[in-house]
Design a binder for this molecule. Structure first.
Ligand code: EPZ
Length: 419
């Protein structure tokens, strides 16, 4: 298993290009199932989760081509198989995103129950309740969801919780339903909006994406299109934090500040300077000043994203003062705490809040990645720490960050992958 070795203490300098968003790519790939015409996606990040989704679509009968610019074309001319098997779904929960499209296109979907993961039990009850409201018959047998419907019909669905993939699954299912579907308390994440943009360019009739009420008028069929995946706001903020923690000066291109207003505002509170352009950002330190600790509470968009909680905890660990970090979305998203403590961080847990007292320096040590964003926080901590940090189980980080050690090396970090 690969490891990443970091020798910390080097201020990052230079320019980094941000990749397409993983959490926009996954639902948009699943949307290819809704039409028998080719869907062509550009700015697709090369990630393990994307490869897994392509493998799953291939099992459904999709023809997939990847060009030299890593553009992806998916053609689901025929769907030969509506099964999403356990061995694939257990490696990537977002596989559940094929459920809505399969029921809408074929009237049938057999999806392995995604099961939990390191950060929580991650149920999909709201996805299933929404499909049932649209007329699907849903049965759970031997660890599989079996959802079927002659043709889904429109419904008004009030989601008990804000669920990103739940909103995406139901929005996709509703595009081919008979009549109007209204999703209330829908997720407002930019990735939901990007998916709606793609679906509408395929001929869907969706209004209100990006707000908590989305209205979808079903149509008879969808056609192919070309769509450019939006920039990854989580990768963008992760690199901003890497620069802040190493007192570096970096420019991030191919990204959009409007996607991460809350993280940028929080980072400015720590005392760094962030300059915004339409498609780029520059971050650098105030002279003669240490980072200041801040308080964080994760919320659905446009609040502070849960996917940046671990990374921000690493930053507060080396800031001046103390910060309270409260996780409100997932029940077990503090797996990085014990690993950060191994690097010298002063963190105490009280329920879903971590009290972080900033220390002058972290010190390198061997640590273990436990989930995608926790591994990112360990990379950041290693970049800031004195000495060597060796991170094991880096397959977690490969799920969501494209070539992270190459990008950091290009910014001057002393980082290498050990196979
Ligand atoms: C998406 O996961 C993202 N993944 C996650 O990113 C992200 O952390 C999460 O949204 C929250 O922003 C993708 O988009 C592929 P939820 P998702 O449904 O949709 C509960 C990463 O690091 N819930 O919004 O699975 C759930 O348990 C990943 O890139 C139900 O109870 O998350 C959680 O507490 C990690 N029943 C809360 O809602 C349901 O049916 C929000 O979960 C669905 C969700």
């Amino acid at each position: 298993m690969d490891k990443i070795l970091i020798r910390g203490g080097i201020p990052l300098q230079g320019t980094v290009e941000i990749s397409g968003a993983k959490n926009a790519t996954l639902p948009t790939l699943a949307a290819a199932l809704l039409t028998d015409e080719p869907l062509r996606l550009t700015h697709v990040p090369h990630l393990r989760d994307v490869t897994t989704m392509l493998e799953l679509l291939g099992q459904h009968g999709a023809n997939i081509t990847v060009d030299e610019q890593l553009g992806v074309e998916i053609a689901c001319t025929q769907i030969s198989n509506t099964l999403a098997p356990y061995d694939l779904v257990r490696t990537m929960r977002a596989s559940v995103l094929v459920m809505g499209p399969l029921v809408a296109r074929c009237g049938d979907a057999r999806i392995s129950l995604p099961g939990g993961c390191a950060i929580g039990s991650r149920p999909v009850n709201l996805h299933l309740a929404g499909l049932e409201a649209m007329g699907a018959e849903v049965q759970l047998t031997s660890g599989y969801i079996h959802a079927k419907a002659k043709r889904l019909h429109g419904a008004r669905i009030v989601l008990d919780l804000v669920t990103v993939t739940g909103t995406e699954n139901l929005m996709m299912a509703a595009t081919l339903a008979d009549g109007r579907t209204i999703l209330e308390n829908a997720a407002c994440e930019p990735e939901v909006t990007d998916l709606a943009l793609c679906l509408n360019s395929m001929g869907a009739c969706i209004r209100g994406a990006g707000t908590s009420t989305i209205v979808i008028d079903g149509v008879e069929r969808l056609h192919g299109t070309r769509h450019d995946i939006l920039p990854d706001r989580i990768e963008t903020a992760t690199f901003l934090m890497a620069a802040a923690m190493t007192r570096g000066d970096i420019t991030l291109t191919n990204t959009s500040p409007t996607l991460l207003e809350s993280p940028i505002a929080k980072l400015r509170q720590t005392g760094v300077i962030i300059e915004e352009q339409a498609n780029s950002l520059r971050i650098y330190p105030k002279p003669d000043s240490r980072l200041r600790a801040v308080n964080i509470k994760t919320c659905p968009y446009p609040g502070f994203p849960t996917d940046l909680q671990a990374q921000m905890m690493a930053l507060v660990s080396v800031a001046e003062g103390s910060g309270a970090i409260t996780e409100t979305i997932f029940e077990n998203r503090f797996m990085h705490v014990s690993e950060l403590q191994r690097l010298g961080a002063d963190i105490s847990l009280q329920g879903n809040t971590a009290l972080v007292r900033g220390v002058p320096k972290l010190h390198g040590a061997p640590v273990m990645a436990t989930d995608l964003r926790a591994s990112a926080s360990l990379v950041l901590a290693g970049l800031a720490a004195e000495g060597e940090t060796l991170i094991s189980r880096v397959y977690h980080i490969d799920r969501g960050y494209e070539r992270i050690e190459e990008k950091l090396m290009a910014l001057g970090a002393n980082i290498q992958r050990l196979s």
